[in-house]
Design a protein around this ligand. Sequence first.
Ligand SMILES: [Zn+2]
Ligand SMILES: [Zn+2]
Length: 341
Amino acid sequence: MQGIAFLGDRNVELRSFPDPAPGIGEVVLQMKASGICGTDLMLYRRPASAVGAPVIGGHEPCGVVAALGPGVDATRVRIGDRVMVHHYFGCTVCEHCRSGWAQLCQSTPVAVYGNNANGGHAPYLVVPAATLIALPDELSFETGAAISCGSGTAYAALRRLNVSGHDTVAIFGQGPVGLAGTQFAKAFGARVIALDVSPVRLARAAEFGADVSIDPSSADAVAEIMAATGGRGADAVLETSGATSAATAAVRAARIWGSVCLVSGQGPLDVNILADLVFRQITVFGSWTFSAAGQMECARFVVERAVDVDRIFTHRWALSAASEAYRLTDSQAAGKGVFLM
Ligand SMILES: [Zn+2]
Ligand SMILES: [Zn+2]
């Protein structure tokens, strides 16, 4: 079969891979949707010299079960089941694997589908049955793809920030993760201050319900957030942009006793520990995607609150359009893209 591989230096190619055959405990999924997410851009942009044997990209896979390998319990996993994938697989027995956080496994090299193991940018994907998460009937395959990384990351971060209808949340970056953050924070009942240097992205954030929009390239982000909150600062701050200055601004824009969650980032966090953190009682933490149970919870929330996750996608592609899809994603002129099979 043909799958999309990242060859480095911004080259992607549809190339031949062996037809999938499930091993012990594995299933073959027929892919229906495979999202494009931020980590894919890192893989796309890395130098060719850093790329080993190519694997199929795509870590937001969503599809249906097409074949069961030996040892898969056919009473629990059935051909035709609509599924997402928790896109990591570790040793299965350590405390992290057993708590559903396989990405934190320290016992063995963790398989990350679409990164160091074949992912979803292909007609088929082989994964352990244990990675499957049921896709509720109410949700489209595209929504399942978004929940599988980008939107799920935003949801998990807001949950850890304990965001509710009492809160004003400032969200740095309104790319696919930040925009999903705006969407979920509104569904949690919060007031949202959206920040981005792109007027197009700020306009999208407003369409998604953002109450205040700030362009940090033309205004002092911290001062604007203070002004929008009566001088208090934001109750919670989510930093998704990865911009060098954003993490520091995120900390300074939080109110006394506020919380700051970083899901992206470059460069050092330039804060004065006493002035910015201790004397303001600030909590700062990082958040890396979500557990398998967290992915299930996100899907359930999307169903019960009728969150229109599909709306996050601006571009739908065929696998054959891989080069164009990634070129456009790389330009950051577009929103989120997804391959549909
Ligand atoms: Zn991702
Ligand atoms: Zn483990």
